[in-house]
Design a protein. Structure first.
Length: 181
């Protein structure tokens, strides 16, 4: 009968991981005030014919189901490369708690990781909503709006992930330049 206690332990570990992510990312406030969310909302609204009226031959979820798996695979590969990026001294520099004034703030290393994890989570949720909508044929209505918004947000958050890589690359460039002197 170790089965049920094991499920409880697994569930608690999963909840702890989600809390860490949510705290690092900044919660709903960070999502709804994000430039990338606003871009996704604007794009979703101007593309209203896709999710508002639908089409008998084609639906918004077909686009999501063909695009998102490719982006998700690329993202997971890129994330693995990102974690192997740089030297161990550089990783030590950007990891760990920052100065006393910044106590409680996430280190740059954890901020980059939270950005990539958010990108992956948004893609997976958008893909799940898309598959659910395909199964239940939600071509129009609120579910179509939500699904297309998640899809648009997944695409726009890719820009945030790209900028996270740019920031990391810049930090690494500064680190290498300072160590040459």
């Amino acid at each position: 009968m170790d089965f049920f206690p094991n499920i409880k332990t697994q569930f608690q570990g999963t909840l702890k991981s989600w809390r860490i992510y949510w705290e690092l990312y900044g919660g709903l406030k960070s999502i709804f005030s994000s430039t990338y969310f606003l871009i996704a909302m604007f794009f979703t609204l101007i593309c209203f014919p896709v999710w508002w009226s639908g089409n008998d031959d084609w639906a918004w979820f077909n686009l999501c189901n063909s695009v998102l798996p490719n982006i998700l695979g690329f993202t997971l590969g890129g994330y693995a490369i990102l974690l192997a990026f740089g030297s161990s001294k550089f990783m030590e520099l950007i990891a760990g708690k920052q100065s006393k004034e910044g106590e409680g703030d996430a280190s740059p290393f954890m901020q980059i990781n939270a950005t990539f994890l958010h990108f992956i989570i948004v893609q997976v949720v958008a893909l799940l909503v898309s598959v659910f909508s395909l199964v239940w044929d939600f071509r129009t209505g609120y579910m179509a709006f939500l699904g297309f918004l998640l899809f648009s947000y997944a695409i726009s958050v890719s820009i945030a992930a790209a900028f996270a890589i740019l920031r990391l690359s810049r930090w690494y460039d500064i680190f290498v330049s300072n160590n040459r002197e």
